[in-house]
Design a protein around this ligand. Structure first.
Ligand SMILES: *Cc1c(COP(=O)(O)O)cnc(C)c1O
Length: 382
């Protein structure tokens, strides 16, 4: 397939004959201005305010989780969920090598070190086989806990990620985690509006986390959320996210190390207005994905479809090129033509701060790293 045809197709689809076409931009067509002005008029712009609570209720409604805790961004949601999962300094957390750097960073923020395992080629999320293989061959069980054979550090959590909104094989991953008594947290940052069957991503593990950064499906400038069905975890997460202050009419007494991680009301106002439009956004994004599917059908470029049995939000549309040379030519030509396209992330094991971390066999991650490219995926207004 010729790249000039692809460029022409994207330009036609976005009805943009000449201008630069970004990868993903926010779409504000609802109550955004109204709600934000309301918060300014009320003076409740910071972490106390009606929109923060409303945002949490909306997240519960959308995901079906019993609790939602609003945070300042997705990275802090992940950091807090690591602490809530019981991850301590110098412990280990198993995650995937192919992910956005924030997943690994959150593990490091908790003072722990990541272990990187492979992904599945179809879902691009953590491979249950790779996870099981790593645990069976590289760890020992002592009492209730699992330790790395190599370093004798405890494996405190498992952190898979739903890549580009496509759900990973989460049921199998949770089954393995439960078998070894290791808490599992889902990095669902990219997958608001994505389901396995009719169950929302982020609700399978002990916790799930979301991001509302400017490039995500739903944005509030910066924002995040933790969802959980566990009452104790929810209560503790909210407490710790707001400096761990004991309730008292006037005294400042804090009984553990707390964080200033609660989402400000100003951002929550934007988030509520955006979440009201989530269904429309998903319809638009799935329509766009179907156009890409039809366009690439039968060509030498493989469009990455939602895994079987799942419904993806198609946050970022992704195609698979034949090899690294093809990928590089593709990226150069599209970007030069003003059609923004980006490669999938460099593997975590190749980044200087994580290159010495323990890892499993990574053939699928290496294969995808050389071939996957994202195409413009913004919501197209009607
Ligand atoms: C966006 C993203 C995050 C981080 O979210 P921020 O809100 O930018 O901090 C974490 N993990 C993944 C997979 C993401 O895509």
């Amino acid at each position: 397939m010729k790249t000039t045809d692809i460029i022409q197709f994207v330009r036609k689809t976005f009805q943009e004959p000449e201008a630069f076409i970004p990868l993903h931009v926010p779409h504000f067509s609802g109550n955004e201005k109204k709600y934000v002005i309301e918060t300014i008029d009320s003076t409740f712009v910071s972490s106390v305010g009606a929109y923060v609570n409303r945002f949490e209720e909306m997240m519960q409604g959308i995901t079906g989780a019993k609790h939602a805790i609003a945070t300042v961004n997705g990275t802090t949601a992940l950091h807090l969920s690591m602490i809530m999962a019981g991850v301590k300094r110098d412990e280990l957390v198993i995650t995937q090598a192919l992910t956005f750097v924030a997943t690994a960073n959150a593990i490091a923020h908790a003072g722990a070190q990541p272990i990187f395992v492979d992904v599945d080629k179809d879902t691009m999320g953590m491979s249950p086989d790779a996870l099981l293989d790593f645990i069976e061959n590289n760890t020992v069980q002592r009492g209730k806990d699992v330790f790395s054979k190599k370093t004798n550090q405890r494996i405190a959590a498992i952190l898979p990620m739903h890549t580009f909104g496509h759900p990973a094989r989460i049921k199998k991953l949770v089954e393995i985690a439960n078998r070894y008594n290791i808490p599992l947290v889902e990095d669902a940052a990219e997958s608001i509006g994505s389901y396995v069957g009719d169950v929302h991503t982020g609700t399978f593990g002990l916790m799930g986390t979301f991001s509302f950064n400017g490039n995500k499906t739903v944005t509030c400038g910066g924002g995040g959320a933790i969802i959980t069905n566990n009452d104790d975890v929810a209560k503790h997460a909210k407490y710790v996210s707001t400096t761990a202050k004991q309730p008292h009419p006037y005294l400042f007494f804090h009984d553990e190390i707390g964080y200033n991680y609660r989402m400000p009301n100003l951002n929550a106002a934007l988030a509520c207005a955006q979440l009201e439009q989530l269904d429309d956004f998903i319809v638009s994004k799935r329509k766009l994905a179907q156009k890409y599917i039809d366009f690439f059908e039968g060509s030498d470029i493989v469009f990455k479809k939602e895994p079987e049995g799942t419904k993806s939000n198609y946050w970022l549309n992704a195609v698979q090129l034949k090899d690294l040379d093809n990928r590089n030519t593709f990226l150069t030509e599209l970007n030069e033509a003003g059609v923004m396209s980006r490669p999938i992330w460099t593997l975590m094991t190749k980044l200087p701060m994580y290159q010495n971390c323990e890892h499993g066999e990574l053939s699928q991650s290496l294969w995808l790293e050389e071939r996957i490219v994202n195409l413009p995926s913004s919501v197209i207004g009607s």
